[in-house]
Design a protein around this ligand. Structure first.
Ligand code: FES
Ligand SMILES: [Fe+2]
Length: 371
């Protein structure tokens, strides 16, 4: 069932999808303390593994120190070089690429070449800038500024889902990204509504459930939608024959969790798709996609082959679905730029309304919430 029983106002006026002032306001009010996905846990499995990322405009490095993950600003306290330019790798020490300063898991310097020439050190042992890190399911999250709430407090709807399978059961299949000529909110809103499915995805997603078959949950900092999907017959047949090898009781119910502002966890049968939409400018955004597949309970050759095959198959479908959505984005952006309308939102699209209300609250645009 839907939560609301009558149509809802389009909280955000079209200009807020286009103007530089709103982009700046969102950077400050929404993204400065937002958790951002940086990697799959599996990409940092071994001691010495590291990844670098851009979190809210800051260069960040996450590294495995003897099994413990730590996040730092990827900038050296000596003469401000990036510690590394690499996207990922494995090194015996966390060492700056410029003059070779080495750092420990607490961020303090371990070894400085010709250390005597720096005596006395201005601040004692110079330290890297430490950042908050959290694991959410099989994902590593970082934020660029400290804030009180942990992901499980911020997104309780999501936590329930991750208690279902341990992290080790999720195998990372692939990560890739897109750039869209559209505001990040246009992409986010499209991701959480099922109303466009019959027109835009008639062959890939076909149709979502009726109101009676669906469940929506609307929280202050997250929303979720759960629905059966009418998929092509061959897909159903394959699901029923293959997936019981991995786990009994998996079905192709579509579950999406929108963790505000910009993270989406989509879980269908043995697949988990994590997406993050990042604002690049008022009318430009980036989408990062990571796909995970469930491993069988017992790791044998058949299970491994099914997981691998299913992972590849799902990546191919996701790319098709996202391409179908991507074709719309330039037109949605142009429409927003030229719309004289207030807009309106159906009960089926109520997750869009919940998200817009969150943006208005976070940006302190109180007049928009009075409608
Ligand atoms: S800038 Fe990093 S060691 Fe010199
Ligand atoms: Fe879509």
């Amino acid at each position: 069932m839907f939560v609301n029983q009558s149509r809802l106002p389009h909280v955000l006026p079209p200009r807020l999808y286009c103007c530089a002032e709103q982009f700046e306001l969102e950077q400050e009010k929404i993204f400065a303390t937002a958790w951002q996905y940086v990697a799959a846990t599996e990409q940092l499995n071994k001691p010495g593994d590291f990844v670098t990322a851009n979190v809210n405009g800051l260069p960040v490095i996450v590294r495995n120190f003897d099994g413990k993950l730590r996040a730092f600003l990827n900038v050296c306290p000596h003469r401000h070089s990036l510690l590394t330019n690499e996207a990922a790798g494995n090194t015996p020490q966390l060492e700056c690429q410029y003059h070779g300063w080495q750092f420990g898991s607490d961020g303090a310097t371990k070894r400085i070449p010709e250390a005597g020439t720096f005596k006395p050190m201005p601040g004692g042992a110079e330290c890297l800038r430490s950042l908050q890190l959290a694991s959410v399911g099989p994902c590593v999250m970082v934020r660029s500024a400290d804030a009180a709430e942990l992901p499980e407090e911020q997104w309780p709807l999501l936590k329930e889902r991750f208690d279902e399978f341990p992290v080790q059961r999720w195998q990372h299949v692939r990560s890739w990204d897109y750039e869209f000529p559209a505001n990040w909110k246009i992409v986010a809103e499209n991701t959480v509504e099922s109303y466009h499915v019959p027109t835009v995805h008639p062959k890939t997603l076909v149709r979502f459930g009726s109101e009676e078959e669906m469940e929506h949950n609307l929280a202050e900092q997250s929303s979720s939608m759960h629905s059966p999907i009418v998929s092509p017959k061959l897909y159903h047949w394959t699901t029923q024959r293959l997936l019981p090898w991995l786990e009994l009781g998996l079905n192709n119910r579509y579950n999406i969790y929108h963790a505000f502002p910009n993270l989406f966890w989509i879980r269908i049968d043995a697949m988990l798709q994590v997406m993050q939409v990042l604002p690049l400018a008022a009318e430009r955004s980036k989408m990062q996609v990571s796909v995970f597949v469930l491993r069988g309970r017992k790791p044998n050759l058949i299970n491994k082959a099914i997981s691998r095959g299913w992972g590849r198959f799902k990546v191919a479908i996701i790319k098709r679905v996202l391409a179908e959505d991507a074709r719309l984005f330039p037109g949605l952006q142009q429409g927003a730029r030229n719309s004289p309308f207030a807009g309106t939102i159906s009960t089926r699209e109520e997750l869009v309304h919940n998200f817009q209300s969150y943006v208005a609250r976070a940006c302190e645009l109180d007049e928009l919430l009075k409608v």
